[in-house]
Every structure is written in C-alpha cells, then in structure tokens.
Design a protein around this ligand. Structure first.
Ligand code: UD1
Ligand code: UDP
Length: 377
C-alpha cells in the first residue's frame, strides 16, 4: 500500500483533487492510501466546504487553518505545518496541484526532507515571472519526481528546461519522470456535467442567453487602470447582454478600493449585471454550460469554456493554455476596453464551429494513479 499526502488549499485545487480521489476510490483503494491536508488558504464556506460535500472528496485529516496574509507569511506558515505532517505521517509521496502558494509550500517542505513530489499540472508557463503563480510552478516542477503535464505545450516546456524525455532508472528528484497525460479537469468536467441536468438549481432563472464572467487575478483586481477598463467594458456590454458574475472574495474586497465607491456601486446597481456569491462546482458547470460566452481571467474557467464548447474572452495578456487560443476558440483580450468589446461582439456574431479534443480522453487521473503505483511503490 502506497501512502500519499495530497495538499489542497485554494478552490481549484479542491476541485482538481476530486478527480484523483475518485480514481483511487473506484480503482486503486487497495493500492493507495490518500491523506488530505488542507492548508486553509481558502476558507469561506463557498470557497472550500461546499466542494467537499458536493464532489464527495474525503475530508481533510489535517487543516492548517493558515488563512490570508502576505505571500511570505502565508507560505512560511504552510511550510512549517506541512513539514510536521510529513514527519508524522511518513508518506511515500506528496501530490501537489497547480501553482498556488499551497503548491509552493508543499514543494519546499517535501523536497527538503526528500519526500517524492508528484506535480499535477506540471510544465505550464505564462513566461511572466512577475506572476506569483509562475514562480510557484517553476519551483515546484524543479523539485518534483513525477511531473504530469496536461498539454503537449507543457511537456515541451519541461524538455526546454532540461528535463529528460526518457529515463532508465527509478525516478527521483535528481532523475524525474515527465509525462503528457491530459487534464484531470477534463476528467472532472466530463464526469460532473452528467449530473447537472438532473438536479434542481435556482440558477435556472437566468435562462440560457447570458454571458458568464469571473475575475480574480491579482494583476486585474489590484490595478486601477486594468480593473476600470474591464468593468467599463462589462458596463458597455450590459447595454445589450445580461452578464452574471460569481464574484471571487478577492475581487469583492478590491472593487470599491480599486474602482472607487461610486463606480463600484454603479456596477452593483446595474440591473443587467448580476453579481452573485461564488457558486458550487456543479452550479458553475451549469452556468458555463448555459452561457453563450465566457469572459474570464481564471485558468480553470477558460478551459471549462473550451470543454463545454463556449467561446472565451480571456482577460489576460497571456495564457498557460495556449492551445485554445491557437485554435481561435478563445482570445487574449488582456484588460483592453476595445479588444474586450470587439472580441465579445465577434464571438456572438460568429461563434467557433468546432472544439478539437486537445486535453486527453477523460482518464488522466487513472493514468496518474497507475504511474504513482508503478514508480513510487
Ligand atoms: C489564489 C491563488 C491563485 C488562484 C486562486 C484561485 C496564490 C498566489 N494565488 O489567489 O493562483 O488562481 O487562488 O481562486 O496562491 N479571501 C477570502 N476568503 C477566502 C479566500 C480568500 O475572503 O476563502 C480573500 C482574502 O481577502 C484574501 C484574498 O481573497 O486576502 C486573496 O486570497 P489568496 O488565497 O491570497 O489569493 P487568491 O487571489 O484567492
Ligand atoms: N469555480 C466554482 N465556482 C465559482 C467560480 C469558479 O466552482 O464561483 C470553479 C471553476 O469551475 C473552476 C475553478 O473554480 O473549476 C477555477 O478556480 P479559480 O477561477 O478560482 O482559479 P484558477 O483556475 O484561475 O486558478
């Protein structure tokens, strides 16, 4: 039996973890024992608890309760907590997802005491080191033993950074193994979208003719010029379209500060802009599936737009999911007022016709579990 510690902390990591937990429960419960550690990076009920209930994820054995603070302080508390747990539990490996501060802390704590790291969503790059996530993912990749990249572009980034394509020995931190395995969030979208048509939701009142929007990237929320341009564009679009925004707590906190009280109130009072609390994952898939277009700066949401065949206007300068832009089913509008408006108009008049399969076959989690058993058992 292989003992693994899974680190989660931010909303998308809790959702991602459900794919591996499900694969273990369905196929490998005699081979893998999983212990979940929640760092507490996200803690509001609708940013954390709701996902455990809805997605049947095992309850965390440990919650570090770290909460929000500056990067250094938050990361340091997590490292200390994770190190103690690794020493107590003595796992065969640690699983880390994506690129948050919870990912980075897991990588530092585990690598220092030689616990092999399995990095899921390895190799993704924005090529912008001013983005906190870019530092987190590079550092995590370079301390990992098994690196699972969801895309060919991510796999190629790892090769470019010196990782070997094939190794002839048991993988280790010095001789890591890299894979192109597809996206566990594709597994999740396929799996959970089966449930959404058979459940009641009060979101059905929004019908099907709306634009879905999420904003939380620090480069947008904390920058007056960028956030104003985005909300000015949203205001303009709302003259002809209904826009629904499940608002991230970071953005809720920053809107009055960055946009000013008066413009922030104007947005809140606009009857064609529906600002709602963050929703559960099944509700989010419901909204994505029923929307006609998605406007977002989220990594996860831009991919789900693609999986559910919705055009996506990305409110960033660059994306780690470059494939969806290359096939013209998403566009990088940055925080540019005119580009946002033109992109929305273009996609409404001329929606993309096809969404080629780019992110695996829906069995990435199963493949990852098999490799963990093979390489780390
Ligand atoms: C974090 C990740 C980001 C990821 C995002 C997913 C880092 C550096 N950033 O960004 O990569 O895309 O999560 O959502 O790890 N807050 C609450 N309640 C909560 C959580 C946060 O009110 O449950 C507020 C706090 O004011 C906090 C702010 O949101 O200061 C930012 O939270 P934090 O976890 O530091 O970063 P995110 O912007 O959420
Ligand atoms: N999500 C959700 N409820 C919401 C907004 C997003 O369940 O109100 C889900 C979304 O479907 C996706 C994930 O959260 O799976 C994306 O997380 P987020 O946008 O916070 O972070 P990112 O992916 O950019 O790191």
């Amino acid at each position: 039996m292989i003992k693994i510690i899974t680190i989660i902390g931010a909303r998308p990591q809790i959702i991602k973890a459900s794919a591996i937990s499900r694969a273990i429960k369905e196929n490998y419960k005699d081979d893998i024992e999983e212990i979940i550690v929640h760092t507490g990076q996200h803690y509001d009920k609708n940013m954390s608890e709701v996902f455990f209930t809805e997605l049947s994820i095992p309850r965390p054995k440990y919650n570090l309760g770290v909460g929000s603070s500056k990067h250094g302080e938050q990361t340091a508390k997590m490292i200390e907590g994770i190190e103690n747990i690794l020493e107590t539990e003595k796992p065969n490996a640690i699983i880390l997802y994506g690129d948050t501060n919870s990912t980075l802390s897991g990588a530092i704590a585990a690598s220092k005491i030689h616990v092999p790291i399995v990095h899921i969503e390895a190799g993704l790059r924005s090529f912008d080191k001013y983005m906190p996530e870019e530092i987190n993912r590079i550092m995590c990749d370079h301390a990992s033993t098994l690196l699972f990249s969801p895309t060919k572009a991510g796999y190629n980034n790892l090769i470019r950074e010196g990782f070997s394509k094939e190794i002839n020995e048991k993988p280790s931190m010095n001789m890591p193994n890299i894979y192109h395995c597809g996206d566990i969030m594709y597994d999740n979208t396929l799996h959970f979208s089966n449930f959404i048509n058979v459940r009641e939701t009060n979101l059905s009142k929004y019908g099907k003719d709306f634009i879905l929007c999420t904003i939380h990237r620090n480069t947008n929320t904390d920058d007056k010029i960028r956030l104003s341009a985005i909300f000015n564009a949203i205001n303009e679009i709302s003259k002809t379209e209904k826009i629904i925004i499940p608002l991230h707590p970071r953005t809720k906190k920053m809107m009055p500060l960055t946009l000013g009280e008066s413009f922030s109130k104007e947005i809140e009072n606009n009857s064609n802009i529906e600002i709602i609390d963050p929703v559960s994952f099944l509700d989010m898939i419901y909204l994505e599936k029923n929307s006609k277009l998605i406007l977002t700066d989220s990594g996860g949401v831009q991919k789900e737009a693609y999986y559910l065949e919705k055009p996506c206007v990305i409110l960033r300068k660059q994306t780690e999911w470059i494939e969806i832009v290359e096939c013209a089913n998403a566009v990088l509008a940055d925080a540019d007022y005119n580009t946002i408006l033109n992109s929305v108009e273009n996609y409404i008049i001329n929606p993309p016709k096809s969404y080629p399969k780019l992110f695996g076959d829906g069995n990435a989690a199963k493949f990852i579990c098999q490799e963990i058993i093979k390489c780390l058992g």
